[in-house]
Design a protein around this ligand. Structure first.
Ligand code: GTP
Ligand code: MG
Length: 195
Protein backbone atom coordinates (compact mmCIF):
# COMPACT_ATOMS: atom_id res chain seq x y z
CA UNK A 1 0.00 0.00 0.00
CA UNK A 2 2.67 2.51 1.02
CA UNK A 3 4.82 1.64 -1.97
CA UNK A 4 2.43 3.87 -3.95
CA UNK A 5 3.00 7.55 -4.04
CA UNK A 6 0.84 9.68 -1.81
CA UNK A 7 -0.78 12.76 -3.30
CA UNK A 8 -2.25 15.89 -1.80
CA UNK A 9 -5.91 16.23 -2.79
CA UNK A 10 -7.18 19.36 -1.07
CA UNK A 11 -7.41 21.41 2.09
CA UNK A 12 -10.90 21.79 3.44
CA UNK A 13 -12.27 24.59 5.63
CA UNK A 14 -15.93 23.58 5.74
CA UNK A 15 -17.90 20.34 5.65
CA UNK A 16 -19.28 21.33 2.24
CA UNK A 17 -15.75 21.14 0.82
CA UNK A 18 -15.09 17.49 1.73
CA UNK A 19 -14.08 15.25 -1.18
CA UNK A 20 -16.57 12.52 -2.14
CA UNK A 21 -16.79 9.78 0.51
CA UNK A 22 -15.80 7.11 -1.99
CA UNK A 23 -13.03 5.23 -0.18
CA UNK A 24 -11.76 4.22 3.22
CA UNK A 25 -10.55 7.14 5.26
CA UNK A 26 -8.33 7.35 8.32
CA UNK A 27 -7.45 10.53 10.13
CA UNK A 28 -4.79 11.85 12.46
CA UNK A 29 -6.02 13.94 15.36
CA UNK A 30 -4.17 15.40 18.30
CA UNK A 31 -3.07 18.48 20.10
CA UNK A 32 -1.32 21.15 18.18
CA UNK A 33 2.38 20.36 17.67
CA UNK A 34 2.02 16.68 18.69
CA UNK A 35 3.45 15.60 15.33
CA UNK A 36 0.48 14.75 13.07
CA UNK A 37 1.88 16.21 9.85
CA UNK A 38 5.35 14.82 10.56
CA UNK A 39 3.88 11.36 11.11
CA UNK A 40 2.02 11.51 7.79
CA UNK A 41 5.26 12.46 6.07
CA UNK A 42 7.03 9.52 7.75
CA UNK A 43 4.26 7.08 6.79
CA UNK A 44 4.16 8.19 3.18
CA UNK A 45 7.94 8.41 2.95
CA UNK A 46 7.93 12.05 1.92
CA UNK A 47 9.72 14.98 3.49
CA UNK A 48 7.13 17.67 3.07
CA UNK A 49 3.87 16.27 1.77
CA UNK A 50 2.04 17.43 4.88
CA UNK A 51 3.37 20.71 6.12
CA UNK A 52 5.03 20.28 9.49
CA UNK A 53 6.32 23.10 11.64
CA UNK A 54 7.42 23.86 15.14
CA UNK A 55 4.92 26.70 15.11
CA UNK A 56 1.83 25.22 16.78
CA UNK A 57 -1.27 25.70 14.69
CA UNK A 58 0.51 25.14 11.40
CA UNK A 59 -2.22 22.93 9.95
CA UNK A 60 -5.37 25.02 9.77
CA UNK A 61 -7.39 23.05 7.27
CA UNK A 62 -8.45 19.44 7.01
CA UNK A 63 -5.91 18.15 4.51
CA UNK A 64 -6.71 15.13 2.36
CA UNK A 65 -4.05 12.89 0.85
CA UNK A 66 -4.55 9.79 -1.26
CA UNK A 67 -2.54 6.68 -0.55
CA UNK A 68 -3.19 4.41 -3.50
CA UNK A 69 -6.68 4.32 -5.03
CA UNK A 70 -8.53 3.04 -1.97
CA UNK A 71 -7.45 5.24 0.92
CA UNK A 72 -7.52 8.80 2.16
CA UNK A 73 -5.10 9.92 4.85
CA UNK A 74 -6.45 12.97 6.62
CA UNK A 75 -4.33 15.53 8.48
CA UNK A 76 -6.45 17.45 10.96
CA UNK A 77 -5.85 20.85 12.50
CA UNK A 78 -4.49 20.52 16.01
CA UNK A 79 -6.63 21.30 19.01
CA UNK A 80 -5.75 22.83 22.35
CA UNK A 81 -3.80 25.66 20.81
CA UNK A 82 -4.73 28.86 22.59
CA UNK A 83 -2.49 31.32 20.79
CA UNK A 84 -4.75 31.96 17.78
CA UNK A 85 -7.64 34.43 17.92
CA UNK A 86 -10.62 32.87 19.69
CA UNK A 87 -13.04 33.02 16.72
CA UNK A 88 -10.46 31.19 14.60
CA UNK A 89 -9.94 28.51 17.26
CA UNK A 90 -13.69 28.07 17.63
CA UNK A 91 -14.12 27.68 13.88
CA UNK A 92 -11.48 24.90 13.75
CA UNK A 93 -12.97 23.16 16.78
CA UNK A 94 -16.43 23.21 15.22
CA UNK A 95 -15.16 21.84 11.91
CA UNK A 96 -13.09 19.17 13.68
CA UNK A 97 -16.10 18.01 15.66
CA UNK A 98 -18.38 18.02 12.64
CA UNK A 99 -15.84 16.02 10.67
CA UNK A 100 -15.11 13.46 13.40
CA UNK A 101 -18.78 12.82 14.10
CA UNK A 102 -20.17 13.11 10.57
CA UNK A 103 -17.90 11.35 8.12
CA UNK A 104 -19.43 8.05 7.01
CA UNK A 105 -16.27 6.55 5.53
CA UNK A 106 -14.01 7.36 8.49
CA UNK A 107 -12.76 3.90 9.44
CA UNK A 108 -10.43 4.83 12.27
CA UNK A 109 -9.09 7.92 13.98
CA UNK A 110 -5.51 7.81 15.16
CA UNK A 111 -5.26 10.07 18.17
CA UNK A 112 -1.70 11.22 18.71
CA UNK A 113 -0.44 11.70 22.23
CA UNK A 114 2.95 13.22 23.05
CA UNK A 115 5.06 10.59 24.84
CA UNK A 116 6.21 13.29 27.26
CA UNK A 117 2.77 14.56 28.21
CA UNK A 118 0.14 11.81 28.11
CA UNK A 119 -3.63 12.34 27.82
CA UNK A 120 -4.67 15.91 28.66
CA UNK A 121 -8.24 17.15 29.27
CA UNK A 122 -8.52 18.41 25.66
CA UNK A 123 -7.59 14.93 24.43
CA UNK A 124 -10.17 13.31 26.70
CA UNK A 125 -12.79 15.61 25.18
CA UNK A 126 -11.98 14.38 21.67
CA UNK A 127 -11.97 10.76 22.86
CA UNK A 128 -15.47 11.21 24.28
CA UNK A 129 -16.61 12.77 21.03
CA UNK A 130 -15.30 9.72 19.15
CA UNK A 131 -17.16 7.48 21.61
CA UNK A 132 -20.45 9.24 20.90
CA UNK A 133 -19.81 9.17 17.16
CA UNK A 134 -18.89 5.45 17.38
CA UNK A 135 -15.64 6.05 15.52
CA UNK A 136 -13.02 3.50 16.56
CA UNK A 137 -9.87 5.27 17.60
CA UNK A 138 -6.36 4.16 18.32
CA UNK A 139 -3.75 6.08 20.30
CA UNK A 140 -0.29 6.69 18.92
CA UNK A 141 2.46 7.94 21.21
CA UNK A 142 4.67 10.40 19.34
CA UNK A 143 8.18 11.74 19.92
CA UNK A 144 9.29 8.68 21.89
CA UNK A 145 12.87 9.67 21.02
CA UNK A 146 12.45 12.60 23.40
CA UNK A 147 11.79 10.57 26.57
CA UNK A 148 13.62 8.06 28.71
CA UNK A 149 12.11 4.58 28.66
CA UNK A 150 11.07 4.89 32.29
CA UNK A 151 9.16 8.14 31.76
CA UNK A 152 7.61 6.82 28.56
CA UNK A 153 6.35 3.76 30.40
CA UNK A 154 4.72 5.93 33.03
CA UNK A 155 2.94 7.92 30.31
CA UNK A 156 1.95 4.70 28.58
CA UNK A 157 0.30 3.47 31.78
CA UNK A 158 -1.55 6.79 32.09
CA UNK A 159 -2.81 6.47 28.51
CA UNK A 160 -3.94 2.87 29.13
CA UNK A 161 -5.90 3.95 32.17
CA UNK A 162 -7.51 6.79 30.22
CA UNK A 163 -8.45 4.48 27.33
CA UNK A 164 -10.21 2.06 29.65
CA UNK A 165 -12.94 4.67 30.06
CA UNK A 166 -13.63 4.89 26.33
CA UNK A 167 -15.71 2.23 24.59
CA UNK A 168 -14.56 3.31 21.10
CA UNK A 169 -10.89 2.83 21.98
CA UNK A 170 -8.90 0.16 20.20
CA UNK A 171 -6.66 -1.12 22.99
CA UNK A 172 -3.30 -1.39 21.21
CA UNK A 173 -1.18 1.75 21.60
CA UNK A 174 1.45 2.37 18.93
CA UNK A 175 4.79 3.85 19.99
CA UNK A 176 6.38 6.03 17.34
CA UNK A 177 9.24 8.34 16.61
CA UNK A 178 8.99 10.04 13.24
CA UNK A 179 12.51 11.26 13.88
CA UNK A 180 13.99 7.78 14.30
CA UNK A 181 11.44 5.87 12.22
CA UNK A 182 10.32 3.75 15.16
CA UNK A 183 6.81 2.32 14.89
CA UNK A 184 6.28 3.53 11.33
CA UNK A 185 6.26 0.03 9.80
CA UNK A 186 3.87 -1.14 12.51
CA UNK A 187 1.51 1.73 11.84
CA UNK A 188 1.65 1.14 8.08
CA UNK A 189 0.69 -2.49 8.64
CA UNK A 190 -2.22 -1.50 10.89
CA UNK A 191 -3.47 0.96 8.27
CA UNK A 192 -3.11 -1.59 5.46
CA UNK A 193 -5.23 -3.94 7.54
CA UNK A 194 -8.08 -1.42 7.61
CA UNK A 195 -8.73 -1.43 3.88
P1 GTP B 1 -0.31 21.32 14.04
O1 GTP B 1 -0.39 21.25 12.55
O2 GTP B 1 0.05 22.66 14.56
O3 GTP B 1 -1.51 20.78 14.72
O4 GTP B 1 0.95 20.41 14.52
P2 GTP B 1 1.27 18.90 14.12
O5 GTP B 1 0.63 17.97 15.09
O6 GTP B 1 1.01 18.63 12.68
O7 GTP B 1 2.85 18.83 14.43
P3 GTP B 1 4.04 18.82 13.37
O8 GTP B 1 4.04 17.55 12.60
O9 GTP B 1 4.04 20.09 12.62
O10 GTP B 1 5.30 18.72 14.36
C1 GTP B 1 5.56 19.68 15.34
C2 GTP B 1 7.04 19.67 15.71
O11 GTP B 1 7.39 18.45 16.35
C3 GTP B 1 7.97 19.79 14.50
O12 GTP B 1 9.04 20.63 14.84
C4 GTP B 1 8.45 18.36 14.28
O13 GTP B 1 9.72 18.31 13.67
C5 GTP B 1 8.49 17.82 15.69
N1 GTP B 1 8.32 16.35 15.72
C6 GTP B 1 7.27 15.65 15.21
N2 GTP B 1 7.42 14.33 15.41
C7 GTP B 1 8.59 14.18 16.08
C8 GTP B 1 9.29 13.03 16.60
O14 GTP B 1 8.89 11.87 16.49
N3 GTP B 1 10.45 13.29 17.27
C9 GTP B 1 10.94 14.55 17.43
N4 GTP B 1 12.06 14.69 18.12
N5 GTP B 1 10.30 15.64 16.95
C10 GTP B 1 9.15 15.47 16.29
MG1 MG C 1 0.06 19.75 11.27
Amino acid sequence: LFARESEFVKGVVAMSGLPPADRVEICFAGRSNVGKSTLINALTGTKALARASNMPGRTQEINFFTQGPDLYLVDLPGYGFANAPLPVVEKWQRLLKQYLSGRQTLRRAFVLIDARHGVKPVDAEILSLLDSAAVTFQCVLTKTDKVKAKDRDRVLAQVRTALAKHPAAYPEIVLTSSEKGDGIATLRAIIAGLI
